[in-house]
Design a protein around this ligand. Structure first.
Ligand SMILES: [Zn+2]
Length: 580
């Protein structure tokens, strides 16, 4: 949903809260040198590799790679979505959330939510009272649904006719534009208002807070096309990020362990009828990264359920590709292909809950599915075929986050391809020691300079002249370094955590978060931050390829110069606006 939490508020919030305290109330911490340690709450382990840095206000797990600031911790630990984590932190810090125009409680979305809530009541009332309601009730009964489950999901009925809902809401004061914006009404060729949903069973689609934001409709007449119809994209409803049934599944069980991803709302409701109350459905779109991210925020175990036909297999492969970047340690994904002609609805009605759940237990693990599909594309009996297998697998495995799952997958590829000397990464049989990690993280001077800045944001004050001159350079690391310097110069009070927050969900953010794990290998007072940072900047300026373009980024010690108006604007554009 559109709406922003102002950057200044996030800065202030992250400057106010203490991550050590936030973590410690949930996962007891022990001091270890500069940091605090605990056994990681995000993967199973016996020796602590989860560290929290009070200076950086950042946590990092050397075992599974989990990391983030206070907002990220609450999102991961309490399984909250971004705005809820911010709200929770703000409450704990005693700050009032700013109410911004265009925000969820701003003026633009509120009337839409109200009209949709009224439409929801209208559809439910029709299911109870409309003269033709029996057809709808017969359909639901025939699908094995009780009144109770229909009620849980708020199922309703849109009667036949062109203007039932439109008229009812117009009488209640809605303007035609309101109803179009809410996705409830359209116009026909003659320009007459037309209800979007006619003679359909109605499935309200709820957002993460349980508010109805859209509808799905299943045609009652077998000849009506399309059989399934959803609300259009509206300011409230984005198909690519919403999941039908997620709110209901979480409301049913706050300690969900597993979610099953199916294709239709009838599947979700039918499964819930058989006590499998943990299914969700995408809404007429392929699985997106946003879907997977939301799902993994709720559970660590996903099973994707698809038809066994060609279309189902193609959709499953797409889901696999989308899921790979989210498979950090402790998370898993499996694939269940249904027998010909069955869907979850027919299957669970036919064989019952226990048999269906046994299928879930035997879902194909993602790793098996991935290699089976690739093997089917090559001739694994020949050397050329195995080389091709490695070639196909490598870009997929590259998408996996660092961690032991990725190491296992690399190892598995080595076995599958039976190539002794590939250019794969060596397996990390043990967790990297801090020294190895530092080496790996900071193998270029650019990365080292950024890591130093993330450790000590005040180093940015040492730079003079125009750090943004760097951003014209083609080298991505240079651009990022310039960005970071510019942001820190414009906002000298930023903590590492607040700095990282500005890059949330960006490619740059992923790089910065990894570099934020860097630690000086010696006691702080023995480490010469300023000198090292200065040397790197100076050496960057001396490089031939940089020197011409960047004559003036050499480090000078002195008071920071105020940014020009243009610089401020450029800096303002760097931080990504937050979606609420
Ligand atoms: Zn961990």
């Amino acid at each position: 949903m559109a709406g922003r939490i102002p950057q200044e508020f996030l800065d202030r919030l992250l400057g106010r809260v203490d991550l050590v305290e936030i973590v410690n109330t949930r996962v007891p911490l022990r001091r270890a040198g500069r940091e605090f340690m605990a056994c990681c709450p995000f993967h199973a382990e016996k020796t602590p590799s989860f560290s929290v840095s009070p200076r950086k206000q950042f946590y990092h797990c050397f075992g599974c790679g989990a990391h983030g600031n206070a907002i990220g911790f609450l999102m991961a630990y309490e399984r909250l979505e971004f705005p809820d984590a911010v709200e929770e932190l703000a409450r704990a810090a005693g700050l009032d959330l700013p109410q911004t125009p265009g925000g969820e409680s701003g003026p633009s979305l509120k009337p839409l939510l109200e009209w949709i809530a009224r439409a929801d009541r209208f559809f439910r009332q029709q299911l109870r009272e409309h003269p033709l309601r029996q057809r709808a009730i017969d359909y639901l009964r025939q699908r094995g649904l009780t009144g109770q489950i229909a009620n849980t999901f708020g199922i309703g009925y849109a009667p036949p006719g062109w203007e039932n809902l439109t008229q009812a809401l117009r009488e209640a004061g809605a303007s035609f534009d309101d109803l179009v914006a809410a996705g409830l009404t359209g116009r026909d060729e003659q320009g007459r208002p037309r209800d979007r949903f006619r003679d359909r069973i109605i499935f309200p689609i709820r957002d993460r807070r349980g508010r109805v934001i859209a509808f799905g409709g299943r045609a009652l007449d077998g000849d009506t096309a399309p059989k399934y119809l959803n609300s259009p994209e509206t300011p409230l409803f984005h198909k690519g990020s919403e999941l039908y049934g997620l709110y209901e599944a979480r409301a049913h069980n706050r300690q969900l362990q597993r979610l099953l991803v199916v294709e239709g709302y009838m599947d979700v409701v039918a499964l819930a009828q058989h006590d499998i109350a943990y299914a969700v459905a995408t809404l007429g779109t392929a699985t997106t990264a946003e879907h997977v991210e939301r799902l993994f925020r709720s559970v660590s175990d996903l099973v994707f359920c698809f038809d066994g036909d060609r279309a189902g297999r193609a959709a499953a492969w797409r889901a696999l590709e989308v899921a790979l970047p989210f498979l950090r340690d402790g998370r898993q994904a499996g694939f269940l292909f249904l027998p010909e002609g069955e869907d979850p609805d027919t299957l669970v009605r036919g064989e019952g809950r226990a048999a269906f759940e046994r299928r879930l237990e035997h879902a194909t693990p993602l790793a098996d599915y991935l290699f089976a599909e690739l093997r089917a594309q090559v001739d694994p009996d020949t050397l050329a075929g195995r080389a091709r297998l490695a070639q196909l697998a490598r870009p997929l495995l590259e998408k996996l986050p660092d961690g032991s799952f990725r190491d296992l997958m690399d190892e598995r590829l080595r076995q599958e391809a039976q190539v002794a000397n590939t250019r794969l990464r060596p397996p990390a049989s043990t967790v990297a020691s801090p020294a190895d990690r530092n080496l790996r993280l900071t193998r270029t001077p650019l990365r080292k300079a950024i890591a130093l800045l993330l450790y000590r944001p005040e180093l940015a004050r040492q730079t003079t002249d125009d750090p943004l001159a760097l951003s014209d350079d083609g080298e991505p690391g240079v651009k990022l370094l310039a960005n970071v310097i510019a942001v820190l110069r414009a906002n000298p009070q930023l903590t590492t955590a607040a700095l990282l927050e500005r890059y949330r969900d960006t490619r740059e953010g992923a790089i910065l978060e990894r570099l934020a794990a860097w630690e000086p290998g010696v006691p702080e007072q023995d480490y010469r931050f300023e000198e090292e940072f200065g040397d790197i900047l100076a050496s960057l300026g001396r490089r031939d390829d940089l020197r011409e373009r960047l004559p003036d980024i050499l480090l000078r010690r002195g008071s920071p110069r105020a940014l020009s108006v243009e610089e401020r604007e450029a800096v303002g554009n760097l931080g990504k606006a937050k979606k609420v």
